[in-house]
Design a protein around this ligand. Structure first.
Ligand code: KG4
Ligand code: ZN
Length: 337
């Protein structure tokens, strides 16, 4: 089954053709980074307009690159939640038009489920059940993936997402947007023990995270140093902060796997590109004789191939959308509309 998938939930306009949920026939991504860079973050109104400008071209490119025409496509898939509402609506309406005009089924896909599914492409032998850590710019979840469309959140952030905290700290240190990847690069050259930072663990919850206190501790440290005319070592601070974030993520993830009896541990989301997080999961799983699944770097950030992968399994279990499909800025991964 060949699915033409569309993704516009944030600042990447993407389209892809994916076969049987596992094989990428084509994947096109138009990034808006240059348009948002001068503002230091994504401006939602600009993002929506950029999606409108790019979506037609990106979809044609994905079709052409795959060697398919719309006649050989079996279904249209689209991310409908969660994300920036204006951005999501561009993709949803474009996908509806394509499905209606070509008399094809429309499959609505949850963005975080799609991030999980990036792993089905990287690892063609990966099947649920497994435990997944989804870490992106907007979410930090520990999810039990019991089946392709049967997911249960067991832990999540109470405040900032890991990616959001990394981006904000990077910005305060003067790194260009998008900060997370730049901070990761600097951290590779720094000493993670140079600055002593807290590892906030919540007493009343085993698996939830909190990153805003940690983020504020670093921001205050940077500001205070600046006021005193002291220099903050960018590489050392990046390394120290990255280590604190990864410690918090890994601590809960490993604890959950032990308590719930999972030995297949999967990473997903933009922050899954983080060098230390990838290294730590590999090391930890090796030590315990567990199996680590980490998506190919090209599939960590937002793309439409992962949407096409998840769409295949949504379709298989009968999740087909109707023409009154709406977009939702927030929506739980385990309780779809
Ligand atoms: O999944 P994603 O592309 O978009 C959302 O769904 O939010 O994730 C974007 C996030 C951003 O916060 C970005 O800074 C972060 O992923 N990110 C990284 C790295 N590459 C991207 N964070 C840490 N290390 C990286 N190498
Ligand atoms: Zn994402």
């Amino acid at each position: 089954m060949k699915i033409l998938a569309i993704e516009t939930s944030c600042d990447e306009t993407a389209a892809a053709v994916v076969e049987d949920g596992r094989y990428i026939l084509s994947s096109a991504v138009a990034s808006q980074i240059e348009r948002h860079k001068i503002y230091g973050g994504v401006v939602p109104e600009i993002a929506s307009r950029c999606h409108i400008e790019a979506i037609s071209y990106v979809t044609s490119k994905a079709l052409n690159d795959s060697g398919c025409t719309l006649k050989s496509i079996d279904a249209i898939a689209v991310t409908y939640a969660p994300g920036l509402i204006g951005s999501l609506l561009v993709g949803v309406n474009f996908a509806k038009g394509l499905a209606l005009a070509n008399n094809l089924p429309l499959i609505s896909v949850h963005h975080l489920r799609a991030h999980v599914a990036a792993n089905y492409i990287t690892y063609q032998d990966l099947v649920p059940p497994f435990l997944c850590l989804i870490v992106s710019g907007g979410h930090s979840h520990i999810v039990e993936v019991k089946g392709y469309t049967d997911l249960k959140v067991i832990g999540q952030t109470r405040d900032d997402a890991a990616g959001e905290a990394l981006d904000k700290v990077a910005r305060v240190m003067g790194m260009p947007y998008p900060g997370g990847a730049n901070l990761d690069k600097q951290a590779e050259k720094g000493n993670e023990k140079a600055y002593k930072l807290p590892r906030p663990f919540l007493k009343d919850s085993e698996y939830d995270f909190s990153f805003s206190g940690l983020k504020t501790a670093v921001i205050n440290l940077v500001h205070n140093s600046k006021q005193k005319g002291e220099i903050v070592d960018e590489k050392d601070m990046s390394a120290s902060f990255r280590a604190a974030v990864v410690d918090c993520l890994m601590n809960n993830f490993i604890k959950a796997a032990k308590n719930l009896g999972y030995n297949k541990l999967v990473l997903a989301g933009g922050v899954a590109a983080n060098t230390l997080l990838r290294r730590r999961l590999n090391e930890e799983c090796k030590r315990k004789n567990w199996k680590a699944y980490i998506p190919d770097i090209s599939l960590c950030g937002d793309n439409a191939a992962m949407v096409g992968a998840q769409a295949y399994y949504e379709y298989e279990c009968g999740n087909v959308a109707t023409m009154d499909l709406n977009a939702y800025a927030t929506l739980s991964i385990d309780n779809l509309i």
